[in-house]
Design a protein around this ligand. Structure first.
Ligand code: ATP
Ligand code: MG
Length: 499
């Protein structure tokens, strides 16, 4: 696209979807503008009304006083002006029926004809209907006329009041208000724009950062100013926390993939080695043939187990590992697992010391798997002739299940790590080298199963003496019934929509 077209498209987009800072600025400027306009209109109208009204009142009083005198027949008395019935600024004239001026207090005032000629067609709305307003050049005059009968003759009394100064003041006031409004609006626009930009600055940093964010650069964080605590710092902090979690999960994922590939490499190398051996010597030597086939099989079995475990953990991570929960008699499950264990671990002394009765709410397949993981470890890491013992005791609303052995034990510094994926205390020694085989995934699977059942695990171990796994398994409540667990649980549905 051409640069100007791009610019135009961008500008159109900006106009259609203005930035939040622009929206806030315009919104507040518009509100301020409305407030200013309303206040100015009220002030202007108030002043306008009060000036006209003031002039009207002065005219009314003057007219009233004059008509009182006229009623007393004093119009042509010599002392009519002595005690002036007119208020200051009111001009008075008397004309006879032919329009000739008989009496007046200001000869320089514009003539009656001139005033009448310039009378406004539409006087102000609120003005007294008995009066008119005439505009002569820059001058404005309030004008009223009354007919009277005096000494059998008809006369006309004319009253005038100049309101030019008031009008001028009003005009200037309106100008001042208008300019103040414009300046106020401009200041509101500038201040609003400046303030909203400052307030929204963290959001801009956030946007810039997310734009530049890539998987390889996940260690970046939004700078959060110290001592400030508002919605935006909260957003930035939460965003940083989310990054922290994502980074952790991502690193764990990478570690998982690299560990898994590493674990798979050894058996594949062994299989390749044996297949080479077989292709070279296997045909002639039946002994090598037997050894090769059984080793390849054993390595393949190991790989199969590893893949099964990896798949289990992957499903667990993706929350796709479904558990079929049901209520069952725990003692029966323990007895069954131990019966099978006795058959398998012939070289050890396997004992079930105590097996209390009671119900638990669980996925029986998963719980059996978890117990098998612990018992297989006991079997693997206990020398021949050693003891493997199990004890299930009711303690309040829990079963206290102990799975112990008199094996090699785990050093204190390794006790936390054994639950990590792929962690093995003696990882250098494989089965083929005289050690015990394993993937290092058993305990992580057991821990996941325990977490899903709200089971608390405690490991107690003495190096060279033995290991005990203590499980606190909640018993089933009265109302618990069968159900599924694991699919989408824990996933919050985000239904809120931005803007
Ligand atoms: P697998 O995935 O086949 O079970 P693994 O047994 O090596 O392999 P985990 O069950 O996760 O893996 O155990 C991790 C490590 O913890 C083991 O390699 C072992 O060193 C140590 N461990 C576990 N249980 C015991 C035990 N009862 N006695 C001594 N060491 C143990
Ligand atoms: Mg194990």
């Amino acid at each position: 696209m051409r640069p100007w077209k791009l610019w135009l498209a961008k500008a159109t987009n900006r106009l259609t979807y203005p930035r939040i800072s622009v929206k806030i600025t315009l919104f507040y400027a518009a509100i301020l503008c409305i407030v200013l306009l309303v206040t100015s209109a009220i002030t202007g109208a108030g002043v306008y009304f009060s000036f006209y009204h003031q002039a009207e009142i002065e005219m009314e009083i003057s007219m009233h006083n004059t008509l009182e005198r006229v009623a007393m027949g004093q119009l042509f008395d010599a002392d009519f002006w002595q005690d002036d019935p007119l208020l200051p600024g009111v001009v008075f004239r008397v004309t006879d029926i032919s329009g000739r001026v008989i009496l007046e207090n200001d000869a320089h005032y514009p003539s009656i004809e001139r005033v009448e000629r310039h009378l406004r067609a539409n006087p102000p709305l609120f003005a007294n209907p008995r009066m008119g307003v005439a505009d002569i050049r820059n001058m404005s005059i309030y004008y009223a006329k009354v007919q009277i009968l005096q000494q059998g003759q008809i006369y006309e009394l004319h009253f005038f009041k100049t309101i030019t100064a008031e009008k001028e003041f009003l005009r200037e006031l309106l100008w001042v208000l208008f300019i103040t409004n414009i300046i106020g609006f401009l200041i509101a626009l500038a201040a609003g724009f400046f303030v909203s930009r400052r307030i929204l600055n963290p959001i801009r940093i956030l946007t810039r950062l997310t734009r530049r964010m890539a998987v390889e650069r996940m260690n970046r964080r939004i700078p959060v100013p110290r001592g400030r605590q508002d919605e935006l710092t909260e957003l930035a902090e939460n965003f940083n926390r989310m990054l922290e979690r994502l980074q952790g999960a991502f690193q764990q994922q990478q570690q998982f993939v690299s560990d898994a590939s590493h674990e798979l490499r050894t058996p594949v190398t062994v299989i390749l080695g044996y297949s080479d051996l077989l292709s070279r010597w296997g045909r002639q030597d039946p002994e090598i043939l037997d050894e090769g086939i059984s080793s390849i099989r054993s390595e393949a079995e190991g790989m199969q187990q590893l893949i099964e475990k990896l798949l289990f953990l992957a499903r667990a991570d993706q929350k796709r590992q479904v558990l079929h929960m049901e209520r069952l008699e725990f003692s029966e499950l323990v007895a069954d697992v131990m019966k099978k264990m006795k058959l398998v671990a012939k070289e050890h002394e396997v004992e079930l010391l105590q097996n209390d009765e009671g119900n638990i709410y669980c996925d029986p397949v998963a719980i059996r798997q978890m117990m098998r993981i612990f018992l297989e470890n006991s079997q693997k890491y206990t020398p021949k002739g050693g003891r493997i013992y199990v004890l299930s005791r009711r303690e309040g609303a829990f079963f206290h299940l102990v799975l112990g052995d008199t094996g090699i034990g785990i050093a204190p510094e390794n006790q936390k790590k054994v639950f990590e994926r792929f962690y093995r205390v003696d990882s250098s020694r494989t089965k083929a080298e005289g050690g015990v085989g394993g993937t290092g995934l058993g305990l992580s699977i057991a821990r996941w199963i325990a977490e899903q059942h709200d089971i608390e695990i405690t490991l107690k171990s003495d190096l060279g003496k033995g290991t005990e796994i203590h499980l606190h398994i909640p018993m089933a409540g009265e109302k618990t019934s069968a159900g599924m667990r694991g699919n989408d649980e824990g996933d919050e549905k985000l239904e809120e929509v931005f803007f």
